[in-house]
Design a binder for this molecule. Structure first.
Ligand SMILES: [Zn+2]
Length: 256
């Protein structure tokens, strides 16, 4: 099996675009379409022909370039079944338990409602890579525009089943501001302190902080850490269920 090539590039204000390429089959997928022009430029530079778009959710900075890229390339658009009506040009609707293939590479699809009601993520288990859109960020998670804290917490539980060495490709460079918030709810976390310092150095040098690994997120992302005694005490919910600690942490971030 040839390696799955993952080409990542910044676009719009703080989005990341992704092109996935399988050399053996010549197939190439864009994960979301934040900027059709920039994606076309990157395809041209790589000499790749777009065969698929894999959408995570309907927001314009994720699906806004769908129709233009489909018109230019004739690619197949894969997106969330639960939101098919809001995914421009969708050809193949997928949801929990479905598998998307790119040559010999296989991504399992998970429904992860919360940020939007139809959000999905793509987990290439054998490639140790996951494309999580706006569900999970480095040291953060997506805002709850269309879902409840309970839904988002259930969605994050699915991601937490994956191995620690899974590379987490999120859709935005929000890491530094997420770290500042994380330090307010779990300042005692040594690994978080170290990661925040490292992220500050990387950003000062203009370097991307994505992807991270799920292991790093487990250790430092406050939205995955409601079991932390320090975090619970700091948000004033020492005896509460995990989902309530998560909900409070999310509400504090909204007001941060
Ligand atoms: Zn979004």
């Amino acid at each position: 099996m040839s390696e799955l090539t993952i080409h990542m590039f910044p676009c719009l204000k703080d989005n990341y675009g992704y092109l996935l390429h399988d050399a053996a089959s010549g197939m190439t997928a864009a994960v979301d379409t934040p900027d059709a022009h920039e994606i076309a430029v990157q395809l041209e530079a790589k000499g790749w022909r777009l065969t698929h778009i894999l959408n995570t959710h309907h927001h314009a900075d994720h699906a806004g370039g769908n129709l233009e890229l489909k018109r230019r390339t004739g690619c197949t658009i894969v997106g969330p079944r639960a939101d098919a009506g809001r995914i421009p040009g969708i050809d193949v609707a997928v949801g929990e338990g479905d598998v998307v293939e790119l040559g010999t590479h296989r991504a399992s699809v998970y429904d992860t409602p919360g940020h939007t009601r139809g959000h999905i993520v793509y987990h290439f288990a054998a490639d140790r890579a996951a494309f999580v859109g706006d569900t999970l960020f480095a040291m953060g998670c997506g805002r709850l525009f269309e879902g409840t804290p309970g839904q988002m917490w259930s969605s994050l539980q699915k991601i937490l089943q994956w191995p620690d060495d899974t590379r987490i490709y999120c859709a935005h460079e929000y890491t530094q501001s997420n770290a500042l918030f994380a330090l307010t709810v779990e300042p005692q976390n040594r690994l978080l302190q170290e990661r925040a310092a490292s992220v500050a150095r990387l950003r000062a040098a203009g370097t991307a902080t994505v992807p991270s690994t799920l292991g790093e997120e487990r250790a430092t992302n406050p939205f995955l850490r409601p079991q932390s005694g320090d975090l619970r005490a700091n948000v004033g919910l020492s005896g509460a269920p995990d989902v309530e600690v998560f909900a409070k942490t999310r509400a504090l971030k909204d007001a941060f």
